[in-house]
Write a protein that binds this ligand. Structure first.
Ligand SMILES: *[C@@H]1O[C@H](CO)[C@@H](O)[C@H](O)[C@H]1NC(C)=O
Ligand SMILES: *[C@@H]1O[C@H](CO)[C@@H](O)[C@H](O)[C@H]1NC(C)=O
Length: 257
């Protein structure tokens, strides 16, 4: 248990120093990645399809545009920003890390290895948050798999540098594997469809549950309004889902003042 608590303590010490906003379906923004980064929003999400030996970024398989891959929209730019060959008004670094949510839309077990392979340049350069030998090390980029991401593959990875978006309702009632507990070394993030949460009080309870495990919270399928964002921030929820990132950013500036 000691190594688990050490890992949690290390993670908790890097508290959310950035805007608690997540750019939901980030690839639909006018300019993917940069729209969020220019607002200092350090969590972005891409829906990914493994097809024709490529990882395409699209909401549905009908919308696949062959020029838009996980690498072309995100990974190459992220590596370039970190290594200084691509300019960004907001840096990506260990002290200002980016959370990249990869929403597996195609079959989970089939898509997992291609995602690991695509991350190799970032991994080789030491930029990925990773869990190995009982130790969680913060990198400039934390990759969290959601959607069809297979939990068993995440748990079996060594080093583990694709993490798992847990179901925030089930942290106390399930285990991630035999002899394992939920924690940031498996799930830095836990989420749920807000439509399945019955009340603001239940949402607040879920946020606290996640924090008990050293895990950050996110609710999706939420209304795009100042009162909604304020409700989540008031509850201490971490990555508040936003489709209107400029609106959410402006609302946060008011809320935080
Ligand atoms: C981000 O900011 C840079 C520098 O001000 C600017 O050149 C660029 O157009 C901006 N991009 C977006 C998508 O806002
Ligand atoms: C920096 O990142 C770019 C990707 O944008 C990559 O092509 C290049 O090899 C990297 N350079 C170094 C020195 O890591």
């Amino acid at each position: 248990m000691l190594s688990l608590f050490t890992a949690i303590a290390a993670f908790a010490s890097t508290s959310l120093a950035v805007k608690p906003i997540h750019s939901h379906n980030d690839y639909t923004r006018a300019v993917p990645l940069w729209t969020a980064l220019n607002l200092s929003i350090m969590s972005v999400e891409a829906d990914v399809w493994w097809q024709s030996n490529q990882l395409f970024v699209a909401h549905t398989s009908d919308e696949i545009d062959k020029t838009k891959t996980l690498n072309s929209l995100y990974l190459a730019n992220i590596l370039g920003i970190i290594n200084g060959t691509v300019s960004s008004i907001t840096p990506i670094s260990v002290s200002n890390p980016l959370q990249l949510l990869i929403d597996f839309k195609s079959d989970g077990p089939t898509t997992f290895q291609p995602v690991l392979d695509a991350l190799q340049p970032l991994r080789a350069a030491g930029h990925l948050t990773a869990y190995a030998n009982g130790k969680l090390t913060q990198g400039a980029v934390t990759v969290v798999g959601t959607g069809n991401t297979p939990l068993a593959s995440v748990v079996a990875s060594n080093p583990r540098d694709v993490f798992f978006d847990a179901d925030i309702r089930q942290l106390y009632s399930t285990k991630p594997g035999i002899g394992l507990e939920w924690g940031p070394e498996i799930s830095p993030l836990a989420s749920v469809d807000y439509a399945s949460v019955s009340s603001t009080a239940q949402m607040q309870e879920l946020v606290l549950n996640a924090h008990d495990f050293g895990i950050r919270s996110r609710f999706w399928d939420t209304a795009s309004s100042v009162s909604t964002w304020d409700m989540f921030w008031s509850a201490g929820s971490d990555w508040v889902n936003a489709d209107d990132v400029l609106g959410a950013s402006n609302a946060w500036a008011v809320f935080d003042s």
